[in-house]
Every structure is written in C-alpha cells, then in structure tokens.
Design a protein around this ligand. Structure first.
Ligand code: ADP
Ligand code: MG
Length: 330
C-alpha cells in the first residue's frame, strides 16, 4: 500500500485538480472561495470541521463546542475582510447524545450567531457510532475592494499579526497536563483561548483595502506563513522576539525556552496574519485602534521562497516539528 500523502499534499495532488474551471476556487489555496457577486460585493464561502478528541475534548461544555465551531469558520471570513451573514451546519451526533447536551449546543450557537448577526440557513443532522463531528459552512460578503487573498503579498511588505500568538497551543498543553507550574490565572487564560478563540471579524473588515494579502493563523504561524508565501510567490523572515505573546505565554516561556517552537507552530491561534506596504502602517494602526485589537509587525516579505525565523542577532532558529497537519503521511 502506498503511504497516504499529508493533508496539504492530499489537497494539492488529489483535490485541487477538481477545482479547475472554477476561478473562484483559487485552486484550493486560500481560506475561502468566491462564489459570486451581490450588490457589488463578492460573496465568499468557507467550511471547517471539528471533531471530538481532535479539536475539543469530548467532555467540553456543549455551548463552548458550538461557539468554537462558529468561530473557527468566522476566522476564515475575517481574514478575507468579509462580513459573515449565514452558516449551514452538518452535525454527526453520537447516538447517545442527550437532549440536555443538544440544548446547550443550540444555546451556544444562538449566542454567537446573534453576536455577529449571522443566520443558520440549513444543514444536515445524522447520528454516528463515532465521535461528535461537526462541519460548518459559512458565507460572507467581502469589502468593496474584493476578498483579501493569500496571494497578494509582495517583496518588501511588512508582515503583521493581530492579538497574541501561541495561547491556544499552550492552552491545549495545560488541558493535557503537559504544562505545569503556571499560575492558576495564566492557566485559565490559556485554556480560555484554546476553547473559545476570538475571530477578528471587525479587524478583518478594517484591514481589507489596506493590505496586500492576508489569512488567518489556525495551523501554526510558521506553517501558515509558508502557505501565504507560496500563494504570493515570495519568501518571509520573521523575528521570533517580535512575535506578540500574552502575559501567560511569556510566563510559560520564561520557565521553559523550548516552548518557543510550540508557540510558533502549535496552531489554534485564530489570529490574522497579513502583509502590507510600509506606507500603510499609520492606517493599519488607526484601524487596529478603532476596533481595539492590537496588531504587531513581526517581519518582512522578500524575493525568493521559504520562511525563516530568526533571533535578535539575525541567526536562523531551527524549528523542527512543522505545524499542525491532520494527515502526516505514514
Ligand atoms: P483553513 O485552515 O484556512 O481552513 P485549510 O488548510 O483547511 O484552510 O485548507 C486549505 C485549502 O484547501 C482551502 O482552500 C480549502 O477549501 C481546501 N480544502 C481543504 N480540504 C479540502 C477537501 N477535502 N476538499 C476540497 N478542498 C479542500
Ligand atoms: Mg484559514
């Protein structure tokens, strides 16, 4: 038997060819596809699935599972500068799921759908002998300049990220009992970021029109930046010391320097990564201030290919494990 390709090779080799003839699919190299235009706005679509035991713990509160499902999808729309307006839910519930759990799940859906003014417009409901598996398809309206692509980055652009990086990955470590010695407040903050990411919907809207390229960071900063670079045909260098960390992540890193790789590669950030010309800096900072989400320059795009992470002296850091992939190939 031939080994299965890893997730990205699988998509590139076996699925991307099936998108040919549909330009809005962007060759399956972006966070969302463009399916049409309505009143001058591009309508874009994205889908993400989450699975018990992979993306959340099977005993996580039902409402938080629902809200994470919505948020990981809204994060993709946010990165494209789009305003979400509708979702479809395909749910495979374990056969023994109870009514109470389902009510909690529906309450969580309601809470976040109302927060972002989004309607549930369809879906499918099945029972499964396996783990709870949820897929959400989300639709959004891009801004006046069209969808922000991964492919627009240019050599010389500054690379920015929103919020802080690495908290979700550390939160997962806390839940797994792999991160001892943190204060209870810090541990709670990290777990909160893992369980309930904050999609940067309002920031994404503000950035559209100012940036050359953007995506959300869901599979690890290092790996996702690699996707942006490939789509844009450029190289990137980021300085590890510039990557914004929360107080909790800083405290964890102080105790154990080797956590740096987890922070940069771990995934579950759901922050925005974007590339913009240096001249856009004042407008970007104004936009970030307007929505109350910090943004930080972390590096630069250049001619070439590949992602380099360097320390303060410019020496390249070797990050060994790569980012999160569902199929690593066997
Ligand atoms: P994201 O992390 O932004 O959700 P992914 O890494 O999951 O993006 O996917 C990368 C690209 O591959 C996207 O364009 C996505 O639509 C596409 N893709 C992923 N899995 C499949 C699949 N099973 N069939 C078709 N397209 C897929
Ligand atoms: Mg994405």
């Amino acid at each position: 038997m031939t080994a299965a390709p890893d997730e990205f090779a699988l998509i590139a080799e076996l699925f991307a060819p099936l998108s040919s003839g549909y330009p809005g699919a962007l060759g399956l190299t972006d966070d969302a596809a463009i399916i049409g235009e309505c009143a001058g706005s591009e309508i874009i679509i994205t889908v993400d699935a989450i699975v018990a035991g992979v993306h959340f713990f099977s005993d996580d509160p039902a409402d938080l599972v629902a809200r994470k499902l919505i948020r990981v999808n809204l994060s993709d729309l946010a990165a494209k500068g789009a305003r979400p307006f509708a979702v479809l839910l395909a749910a495979a519930f374990p056969i023994d799921v109870g009514r109470e759990w389902l009510e909690g799940f529906a309450a969580g859906l309601r809470q976040d759908l109302e927060r972002w003014g989004v309607a549930l417009i369809g879906g499918d409901t099945v029972a499964t002998p396996g783990p709870l598996t949820l897929s959400l398809t989300a639709l959004g309206r891009a801004g006046p300049g069209g969808m922000v692509r991964r492919s627009g980055g240019r050599a010389g652009d500054t690379l920015w990220v929103s919020g802080t990086i690495g908290d979700g990955a550390l939160g997962l470590k806390v839940l797994r009992g792999e991160l001892a010695g943190l204060s209870p407040d810090h541990a709670t903050a990290l777990v909160g970021r893992y369980r309930l990411p904050e999609p940067r919907v309002e920031l994404g809207r503000e950035l559209a029109g100012l940036v050359h390229a953007g995506m959300d960071v869901s599979d690890g900063l290092d790996q996702d930046l690699g996707h942006l670079c490939r789509a844009s045909g450029v190289a990137a260098t980021i300085e590890a010391a510039l990557v914004p960390l929360s107080p909790a992540a800083r405290a964890a890193l102080l105790r154990d320097r080797s956590l740096l790789a987890s922070l940069l590669q771990g995934g579950d950030d759901y922050e925005l990564l974007f590339a913009a010309p240096a001249s856009a800096e004042p407008a970007l900072r104004n936009a970030a201030t307007a929505v109350g989400v910090p943004i930080t320059p972390i590096g630069r795009l250049a001619e070439g290919e590949g992602v380099r992470v360097v320390d303060e002296s410019g020496a390249e850091l070797a990050l060994s494990s790569g980012g999160w992939r569902h199929f690593r190939g066997v």
